[in-house]
Structure formats: C-alpha cells, structure tokens
Ligand binder design. Structure first.
Ligand code: DHB
Length: 400
C-alpha cells in the first residue's frame, strides 16, 4: 500500500489482542489492516518482548477454536496445578478438582504472537510493519489514521473502525476524551531471567520467603523462566549470575533446587496496574494492555487481552452482519466485568505472596497466607481465578 489507503477495520499494533481480533474479522471476510510500529523481526526476536507463559484454559480453547492453536498444541504443555512454597513446605493447588476440570496451558506469549503473525499473513491478512500511528481524527464519523515510517514518510488510512491494541504505552488511548486512568503502583518489581536449564519442578512454583517472593516457571523442559521479588529501584548490575542462582535457591527454601545454566535474558519488571475507562470513543475501541495493565503475578495480561478481543469481535460482527450497534455501544461495560475480576485476582495474588515493606501489611499477609494454605475455599478461589473458569472463561465458544 502507498501512503493512502482504506479499510473497514484498522487495528493499531500486532500484539495478542490485535492479532486475534484481526484474524477473526479477516476469517469472516471483513477488511482489516494492522499497523505495527516495529519490524516483524523485532516482534519475533527481541528479548524485551518476553512476556508470561501461562494461558488460562479458556484462552487456550479460544485460540485453538480460532485456528491459531497449531504451535501451542505442538510445543506447549498442559499443567494441572501449581505449587505454593512456604515455610520449607510445598503445597499443591490441584486445578481440575478445585475448578471443575479447568486447568492451564504453558506456552510463551511471544511464541503465540509469532504464530499469529505467520498464520494471519499466510491467510492473506495485511500487516504493515514499521508504521507508527501518530494521529487519529474524525473518530465519530469516518476515522482517519495517520502513520509514519522510520524514514519519516507519512501516510493515512481511512477506516470504518479503529482498534487501539497498542499496549500499555498506547497512543490511541489519548484520543478518548474524558478518559480516566485508575492507577495502582505496587512497591515491588521482578528481576526475571530466562535460562538454559531444567525448570525447578514439573509445574510452576510460587515461593513466599522472608527474603522475598520467587517464581519458578518454564518455557520447555530445557528452558527455565524464574523471577525474584526486588525493589522497583533495584540496580540490575548488582545481580551477578551467581547471586541470582544463589538467591533463587535460598527462596525455594529447600523444597526443590535450580541448577545454574546460561542466561538468555535478564530484566526488571516493576509492578503496576491501571484501568482506563471508558475503553471507547465514537468508532475507536481499545483492547488489551492499551486499556488495562495488571501486575504479573498470576499471568493475567494476555488472558484479559484475548477476552477483550473476543468481546469486540462479537460486537463488530453483530454490526457488520446485522447492523446492530448495541454491543459496540456497550464495549466498555462488557469488558469491565472480566477486567476488574482480573485486576482483583492479580492484586490478591500479588499481595498474598510478596513480602510487604510495610510491617503491618506484612503481618496481615502472613495471617492471610496461613488461612489460604489451610482453607479449601481459598484454594478453590485461587484455582477458579487462575484457570479463568469464573472470569474470562465465559467467552469460550461465544463468537457471535
Ligand atoms: C510466568 C509469568 C507470570 O507472571 C506468572 O504468574 C507465571 C508464569 C512466566 O513468565 O512463565
């Protein structure tokens, strides 16, 4: 396409929410163009894009039903539970028995994005890489999307609808008048590593230790993904590889051991949360991180993004097939349901497992953790939310 063009739906950025929505619309014959600021190589290989690797059962089902499950089925793994480590003991949360058969699927988000890009392009979908969106106009009538290439060339796309799927630093969000950002900063960050070594256990271990929280996850049988709670002001340079492995083993409290292996990545992720409301204005609709961010504990980010994408697909499809606008009008209200459930669960799990700098809150946390490990009801609550059965799970099979 040259510097001018037209489409029915313009999706801003190729993350999980944008790509799923684009794929579903394209499959139904709706014209879609995805504008992506970065190059395809950057999306597929940059270590900065390494995200969580846990899919709720419903997310996995939705992706499979949408025809986007080939890679995840081949290279991902079903997990039937997680472990909580505390006081030198390992407590297993068994998902199927606590959440009526629901469980989780472990597959890295960046692999899923790579798979979705490949499938969308194979099926004739259009992604324009290295087109950074710089402005939106006429959102109430006939939207125009202005974009710029890395060498400064500008272009414009006319669309019937614009979807802001441009992540937590969303630019499209700025075009919603009266938008309110409800924010929460947590006094925690995660130092994350990806390493060539076997994972600490067959399932994820969430470890609460007096020195701080640690998480032992994985990408495969030979790739471990581990995290340490640190202060948001932490200096990454202060953490040598030896120190990281030592600290991971200390925080495991003897319930398992990790073997050091070559690091492929090391990063710092501060914990924060926000919900932007409303998620729409005129013919602009937000999905995923552009509208809401959760702290990483519980890995809800992509799952919420997928739920938003299915909800917006349903609304757009009702419009294109039946001329019905009601679902589009209610987009914010529809998504608010799962978004706040996701925020609440992420908040709960984060606070339950991280050592609190405030001594009073730390006392409460210890008390709550004791209750959680002894209570069937709290374990059921954890399992139902972790697997998504009670929240995003309602979108499975709801295409139209
Ligand atoms: C991973 C990240 C999370 O935030 C989480 O809760 C579980 C797993 C991960 O990167 O594998």
């Amino acid at each position: 396409m040259g510097t001018r063009g037209q489409t029915q739906v313009c999706v801003v950025e190729a993350g999980p929410a944008g790509l799923l929505l684009a794929h579903l619309l394209h499959r139904e014959g709706v014209g879609v163009v995805v504008l992506e600021a970065k190059s395809r190589a950057y999306l597929e290989t940059s270590p900065h894009r390494i995200r969580a690797g846990v899919m709720e059962w419903g997310t996995k089902e939705i992706l499979v039903q949408a025809g986007l499950g080939e890679g995840l089925l081949k290279n991902g793994h079903e997990h039937q539970g997680i472990y909580l480590a505390h006081g030198g003991e390992l407590h297993r949360i068994d998902f199927p028995s606590l959440a009526e058969g629901w469980r989780i699927w472990v597959y890295g988000q960046q692999y899923q994005v790579r798979d979705m890009i490949a499938r969308f392009l194979e099926e004739g979908g259009e992604i324009l890489f290295e087109r950074e969106v710089v402005g939106l106009s006429d959102l109430e009538t006939a939207p125009k999307v202005r974009f710029r290439t890395p060498d400064g060339e500008e272009g414009e796309l006319e669309a019937e609808f614009v979807v802001g799927a441009d992540g937590s630093h969303s630019r499209t969000r700025g075009f919603i008048p009266g938008l309110v950002l409800k924010e929460k900063n947590y006094p925690f960050a995660w130092l994350g590593i990806l390493a060539e070594t076997s994972p600490a256990a067959d399932e994820l271990i969430y470890a609460s230790h007096p020195r701080g929280f640690a998480l032992f996850s994985m990408r495969s049988k030979t790739l471990a993904r581990n995290y340490l709670q640190v202060s948001p002001e932490e200096n990454l340079e202060a953490w040598s590889e030896d120190r990281i492995w030592e600290e991971l083993n200390v925080r495991l409290g003897g319930v398992a051991r990790v073997q050091p292996g070559p690091l492929l990545e090391k990063s710092l992720t501060p914990h924060r949360a926000f919900v932007a409301e409303p998620m729409q204005h005129g013919r602009l609709f937000l999905v995923g991180d552009a509208a809401h961010v959760v702290p990483p504990t519980g890995a809800k980010g992509m799952n919420l993004a997928v739920a938003d994408a299915v909800a917006l697909f349903q609304a757009l499809w009702a419009f294109y097939r039946k001329g019905e606008e009601e679902k589009l009008r209610r987009h914010t209200e529809t998504c608010r349901e799962h978004v706040w459930q996701g925020e609440f669960f992420s908040y709960w799990m984060t606070n339950l497992l991280h050592t609190q700098p405030d001594p009073f809150l730390e006392g409460l946390r210890q008390a709550e953790l004791k209750q959680a490990l002894a209570s069937e009801a709290l374990k059921r609550f954890l399992a139902e939310n972790y697997t998504g059965r009670r929240t995003t799970g309602r979108w499975v099979g709801l295409w139209t």
